[in-house]
Design a protein around this ligand. Structure first.
Ligand code: HEC
Ligand code: HEC
Length: 462
């Protein structure tokens, strides 16, 4: 019943957006010289850094992101790839990619189980696709089996496609309250859920982050992560099998310090934790952590140490300085009309057309007052049959259907869509919407072919 209802809020969103399009198409609409994704702020090509970025540091960080590592660097015992840049490739380093990761789980009496509790710990829902197989560690001959789905899993082989990373530093800079506002103005039937938790690794440059304060979860297909430095640590561990330890204001960050063992099976003695990285000897650092910064207080002075392990620091720097995808405004009339069709079909209820503006002095050093248009609310929505069925242990089945609104900026640079890459075209992605997206999918289906094409052209311009 609600599906054709357009609230005042929505029409004003549309107006706000139409306004920004015409400002871009016609003249430079930046009153105080603020920089924008759509303006002439020096952003030219995909993969360029944001304005104000040191090009040498950025290039070095990108090299680190693209660098392949091996068993002596700590890859494994199980992993998905040997470099961040081996997955994030399309069409340049930092982009989306063809790799699909695999997850599994079990639903029992309506509750999700993620194989991460003592009674049946298989190392969580991610099934790493490769292992170090057979290697010699001193006198020991070691063999690491490839991971398998437990026989009693009920949620099987769920795919997750590699996401693009452009513009994410700007998203990291946004204050929590902005995400609350985005969902507050959504119609009740489509309203997203803003999730919050304590960061695995709070970003010490931000006075608002700590081990005692929750932050809005905004990164990952399910919004599993709160900030980019945590995603860097998480990906280094879970995609590449490289474990790290860092220091946050004098406290040791151990969330990424222990390698995953294949299906959590105990490793034979003498196998060096499953890879051939040098062992750690400092107090308080797990022996087999692959890369550690060491104790988090200065032994001589007792002063608190604040240090991000150097690979994580580089991955974070590269990601946060990657500029957003440049929009294609070559046909402003078609895309202008398409914007109206997009709004009328209710796409804007989740793929928010509102301008995002970074704070005046972002904690992470991205430009202040920078205007950008990701076309997402970065909230999760119950997507019905499009949900991937993966959750955290204890979640209801309804919670496992929640997916983050995929940002639509740069969609034309991607080769596959939706969480598992099942859609090869935008049209296929749109008609797969279900749950809270169903009314909008139906509205799209009712459009004339020419209106559908205008809408798709509009999405391809973002
Ligand atoms: C095996 C392929 C693969 C490798 C290697 C890989 N990623 Fe990813 N990346 C993915 C996939 C798949 C996703 C989506 C996963 C999800 O959210 O569940 C993703 C998502 C991300 C996101 C979230 C993007 C967003 O829109 O929220 C970040 C950040 C990221 N990766 C950073 C990294 C970093 C840093 C590295 C290296 C340490 C890395 N990735 C290595 C496949 C990969
Ligand atoms: C209720 C919220 C909601 C509405 C309304 C909605 N979407 Fe989505 N959209 C999502 C979510 C959530 C995803 C991610 C689904 C997934 O991960 O599989 C998504 C994914 C997409 C994708 C795939 C992008 C990618 O990179 O994978 C496209 C394209 C898309 N939506 C376009 C549209 C269009 C066009 C409309 C209007 C006809 C629309 N959406 C309406 C929530 C919504």
């Amino acid at each position: 019943m609600q599906r054709n209802l357009k609230s005042i809020t929505l029409s004003s969103l549309t107006l706000a957006f139409a306004g920004c399009l015409s400002a871009d198409a016609g003249h430079d609409g930046d009153a105080q010289g603020a920089q924008t994704q759509r303006g002439s702020a020096g952003v030219t090509a995909l993969g360029d850094p944001l304005p104000g970025t040191d090009p040498v540091a950025f290039a070095a960080a990108r090299d680190n992101f693209a660098e392949e590592e091996d068993i002596t660097d700590g890859i494994g015992p199980v992993f998905n790839e040997k470099a961040c840049g081996n997955c994030h490739t399309t069409p340049v380093v930092g982009g989306s990619g063809n790799q699909i990761e695999r997850r599994f789980g079990k639903v029992e009496k309506g509750i999700f189980y993620g194989y991460d509790q003592p009674y049946d710990n298989q190392g969580g829902t991610l099934r790493q696709l490769f292992s170090n197989e057979t290697y010699q560690s001193g006198a020991a001959s070691c063999s690491i089996p490839v991971e398998r789905e437990p026989a009693d899993a009920t949620v099987h082989n769920v795919g997750r496609r590699t996401l693009p990373l452009f513009g994410l530093g700007l998203v990291d800079a946004m204050p929590d309250a902005f995400f609350d506002l985005l969902v507050a103005i959504e119609p009740a039937a489509q309203r997203g859920t803003v999730l919050r938790r304590i960061p695995d690794f709070p970003d010490s440059r931000d006075p608002n982050q700590s081990f005692t304060r929750q932050r809005v979860q905004r990164f990952g297909i399910k919004n599993q992560q709160t900030n980019l430095v945590s995603f860097a640590g998480d990906a280094y561990l879970n995609e590449m099998g490289i474990s790290t330890q860092s220091c946050f204001r004098g406290q040791s960050v151990l969330a990424f310090a222990l390698d995953n063992q294949s299906n959590n099976t105990r490793l034979a003695d003498g196998c060096n934790g499953g890879d051939l990285a040098p062992v750690q000897t400092a107090d308080g650092i797990p022996t087999y952590t692959d890369d550690a910064v060491g104790p988090c207080t200065d032994p001589a002075t007792g002063a608190a140490i604040d240090e991000v392990q150097d690979d994580l620091a580089n991955f974070t720097l590269f990601m946060e300085r990657l500029a957003p995808p440049p929009p294609d405004l070559s046909d402003p009339v078609a895309t202008g009309l398409g914007a109206v069709v997009f709004a009328n079909a209710g796409c804007v209820n989740c793929h928010s057309p509102l301008p995002f503006v970074t704070p005046p002095r972002p904690f992470n050093g991205v430009p202040g007052n920078y205007v950008f248009f990701p076309f997402s609310d970065f909230a999760v929505h119950d997507m019905g049959s499009l949900g991937d069925g993966i959750g955290n242990t204890g979640d209801t089945v309804a919670a496992t259907r929640r997916m983050r609104t995929a940002p639509l900026w740069g969609a034309r640079f991607n080769t596959q869509f939706l969480h598992d890459g099942r859609a090869k075209t935008l049209r296929a992605a749109i008609v797969a919407h279900d749950g809270q997206g169903r009314a909008s999918r139906d509205a799209f289906a009712r459009l004339s072919t020419s209106d559908q094409n205008l809408l798709i052209r509009f999405v391809n311009s973002l």
